[in-house]
Design a binder for this molecule. Structure first.
Ligand code: FES
Length: 420
């Protein structure tokens, strides 16, 4: 495979990712319990080792995990706000939906591939990062999911076992795998991380010193228009466009699809819709606006109002009007999951019943994407920042003390005063 270097990493840094991605087998997993030296051990870098923790929602790896996964998901008021009835309604909805969702996971092979891809992406990124940023090496890969194993508390316990924290210090970077920030996704994962950090390492009251020897956290909280991310999306779209006859190619409509949000979250001032739109615009700019396009939203749950237009309605409407050449582009997730493999491939595309309706490949093990992750992490470590300035600003309608306190914690002493 010929591989360009879209944002200037040295060729010797790029090569290992290409080789390893091509040689990757589906069963390959890394074990949390191996190879991580204690923090106190001699490290190759003067500031290393550094734990690189990928945050994501996760998914059940087997159908046995579906009910627990749904129970955690519907209990999360940051994701699905059900108000004071959350603790009552959440488990009820989860239980009722479990058989249907088990069937969906069975139909895509018996589980979500998100753990496999997250572990692989993090491992490969850390290899690149060791070369790009030797002073903070070795970089150690971890994954923390919000609703499925490995959960945040499991990841944190593993950090302790590997020699971080508990009086031994060490540095960890929480790297969201949602390119676009939402309080219901990245915000929820960070609130969870902050909760477990306080439980397991002692609460740091704002304005007071960090307990000595606690893990020093920083956050990569968004990267919606990173050139490597944009390049990886654009290449996948170009590959799919090439499957249409040349004379029809420029008339194919690109339908960017992102997970929707309840309108109550949008109206609270959540930054996600604007950041998803920024990704779409950057990708279209890279493609020289070669095709007509729309952004639509999928996976609405329940009867309340959600951000639209819905992806399924959009496809049906265009097909009905005779526009039967459509490429669906999942734009807000970094790997395949049930929303691509089931909802887009088995529901939306089958309902469209038109061979011209196709989907662009997900990012998964794409080496350009993994190179982008390494570049984002490298720049974060070089800047030495705690989080982006954007993360210090709460939503206009936010009334959550948890958001306030967790943002102050992650912003650190110097910028916590900006959190309002
Ligand atoms: Fe957005 Fe709290 S809901 S900061």
């Amino acid at each position: 495979m010929a591989l360009r270097r879209p944002f200037g990493l040295p060729r010797q840094v790029l090569r290992p990712a290409v080789r390893s991605s091509l040689g990757y087998h589906q069963e390959q997993r890394f074990s949390f319990a191996t190879t991580v030296p204690p923090v106190t051990q001699n490290a190759t870098g003067s500031k290393g080792p550094t734990a690189m923790v990928f945050l994501n929602m996760g998914g059940p790896s087997t159908t046995n995990e579906v009910e627990d996964f749904l129970s955690r998901l519907f209990a999360d008021g940051d994701l699905i706000p059900l108000g004071r009835l959350q603790t009552y309604l959440g488990p009820l909805i989860a239980k009722r939906r479990t058989p249907k969702i088990i069937k969906q996971y069975s139909d895509i092979g018996g589980g979500s591939p998100i753990r496999k891809w997250s572990e692989y992406q993090c491992q490969e990124m850390c290899k690149l990062l060791d070369k790009l940023n030797p002073e903070t090496a070795p970089h150690k890969p971890y994954v923390a999911f919000r609703y499925a194993a490995p959960l945040t508390e499991q990841m944190y316990t593993q950090l302790f076992d590997d020699g971080f924290g508990k009086g031994r210090g060490g540095r960890a970077v929480a790297f969201t795998q949602y390119p676009q920030y939402s309080c219901s996704t990245t915000g929820s994962s960070l609130n969870e991380l902050w909760k477990w950090r306080n439980r397991l390492e002692g609460k740091r009251t704002n304005g007071t010193e960090e307990a000595s020897g606690a893990i020093q956290w920083s956050v990569i909280d968004r990267w919606p228009t990173h050139p490597g991310l944009v390049e990886a999306f654009a290449r996948n779209i170009e590959d799919q466009l090439k499957t249409y006859p040349e004379d029809k190619r420029s008339g194919v409509v690109l339908l960017f699809s992102a997970h929707s949000l309840p309108m109550s979250v949008v109206n609270r001032g959540d930054p996600y819709p604007a950041e998803v739109a920024a990704t779409v615009h950057a990708v279209m700019q890279r493609l020289n606006f070669s095709n007509p396009y729309r952004l639509c939203w999928q996976s609405q749950v329940g009867p309340s109002a959600w951000l639209g237009a819905q992806t399924s309605d959009t496809v049906q409407e265009y097909v009905k009007r005779g526009q039967t050449d459509l490429v669906l582009v999942p734009i807000a997730f970094t790997s395949d999951h049930i929303e691509t493999l089931y909802e887009l491939d088995l529901e939306v595309m089958e309902e469209a019943n038109s061979p011209g309706v196709k989907r662009a490949e997900s990012l998964n093990g794409n080496p350009i994407f993994i190179e982008a992750l390494a570049d984002i992490a490298h720049k974060h470590l070089q800047r030495g920042e705690k989080c982006s300035l954007q993360m210090t600003l709460r939503c206009q309608g936010c009334k959550s003390d948890r958001c306030l306190e967790s943002k102050k914690f992650f912003a650190g002493e110097e910028t916590s005063s900006l959190v309002v």
